[in-house]
Design a protein around this ligand. Structure first.
Ligand SMILES: Nc1ncnc2c1ncn2[C@@H]1O[C@H](COP(=O)(O)OP(=O)(O)O)[C@@H](O)[C@H]1O
Length: 177
């Protein structure tokens, strides 16, 4: 258990693009009443970008700006943060970190379906194969709060929802007692 004094926890859901973060977070927010913060969307809304990456055809996040933008909200607790990176957030923000994982072929199909091609598709699948985000999370947060969750099938999704919802409920109960 984390040492946080928050009455409702902050959760980080991370992993390679396509592993199922948004799908899980949307349902988790509905089920727990926590607020889902999509970092990509916040960055768009506040134009927290540094430059445009021509290779990956996407804007590059201005990490300092996004942290300033999110700081107040995170201090209140009760947030589910969803992003495909994790080592630039302040460690103190999170009470638990979930890294969603998908098998190569599953992820390849999801990203191809999303319209990814060429280097962007290959590099994202490689990122998953090399468990880059898992290692990033393990390097950035206390090992006991980092949890790897399979996210290949609807059954995995249900199980992950149950697991995280139970954890949130237990946190709330402890905060009340
Ligand atoms: N556990 C799962 N089982 C089956 N399909 C899934 C699962 N998780 C996500 N998907 C599907 O994979 C695609 C990518 O999911 P998404 O939540 O957008 O990923 P991310 O937010 O990590 O980029 C979506 O079409 C979603 O319906």
């Amino acid at each position: 258990m984390a040492n946080s004094q928050r009455s409702i926890p902050n959760i980080l859901v991370t992993g390679t693009p396509g592993v199922g973060k948004s799908t899980l977070c949307e349902q988790l927010a509905e089920g727990t009443g926590l607020e889902w913060l999509e970092v990509g969307q916040i960055a768009k809304d506040c134009e927290c970008f540094e430059e445009y990456d021509e290779v990956y055809q996407c804007p590059v996040l201005d990490e300092d700006m996004i942290i300033d933008e999110m700081e107040d909200k995170m201090g209140h607790g009760g947030k589910i943060v969803d992003y495909h990176g994790c080592d630039f957030f302040p460690e103190r923000w999170f009470d638990i970190v979930f890294v969603l994982r998908a098998n190569n072929t599953v992820l390849y199909d999801r990203l191809a379906h999303r319209g990814y091609t060429g280097k962007k598709l290959e590099d994202n699948v490689q990122c998953e194969i090399f468990q880059t985000i898992l290692e990033e999370a393990q390097g950035a947060y206390r090992p006991d709060i980092v949890h790897e969750l399979p996210s290949n099938t609807p059954d995995d999704m249900e199980e992950n929802l149950d697991k995280i919802t139970t954890w949130v409920e237990e946190w709330k109960m402890r905060a009340l007692s």
